[in-house]
Design a protein around this ligand. Sequence first.
Ligand SMILES: Nc1c(NC[C@H](O)[C@H](O)[C@H](O)CO)[nH]c(=O)[nH]c1=O
Ligand SMILES: CC(=O)[C@@H](O)COP(=O)(O)O
Length: 165
Amino acid sequence: MATQLKNLSDFSTAGEIPSAAGYSFGIVVAEWNAEITNALYQGAYDSLIKYGAKPENIHSYGVPGSFELTTGAELLLKNKKLDAIITLGCVIQGETRHFDFICAAVANGVTNVAIKYSKPVIFGVLTTDNQQQAIDRAGGKHGNKGDEAAVTAIKMAKLNETLIG
Ligand SMILES: Nc1c(NC[C@H](O)[C@H](O)[C@H](O)CO)[nH]c(=O)[nH]c1=O
Ligand SMILES: CC(=O)[C@@H](O)COP(=O)(O)O
């Protein structure tokens, strides 16, 4: 598979990354699989700071599970003036089809929230077959999905600013 040949976070060096200095960000983190989502959060937070975001402009909140990420993003955009939201979670396949319903719900949900508020809502949710695949993508051999989500948020905030004027 292509994934096996590269660090997925190489994505974050592709193209110019704008300064995050002028933007405010929300980060919503699922508490399920906390050892993974905490690593995703650290990657996202550190990347935002690396590219110029101010700590006081990063608003972070936890939700119980990935299914609640949609509601978290909605509440943040409804109640705070933010330029982009990053949602972070880790859904690992279990014995049942619950995995399928959660993944579909959060992917569709965050998309709908982004459209509703005309604001970027970044899908930083790992959807893996097992824990090792998650570890590999939360600071392991395939990079950190949190880093990627932060860079995406910065780029989309810049695009939104450019187009809205
Ligand atoms: N199994 C995982 C869950 N399950 C919990 C749901 O996200 C949700 O909180 C619950 O269904 C109540 O609404 N969540 C994850 O983030 N990751 C999982 O692997
Ligand atoms: C994704 C999930 O909800 C899953 O981890 C729960 O496990 P199971 O499908 O065995 O109930």
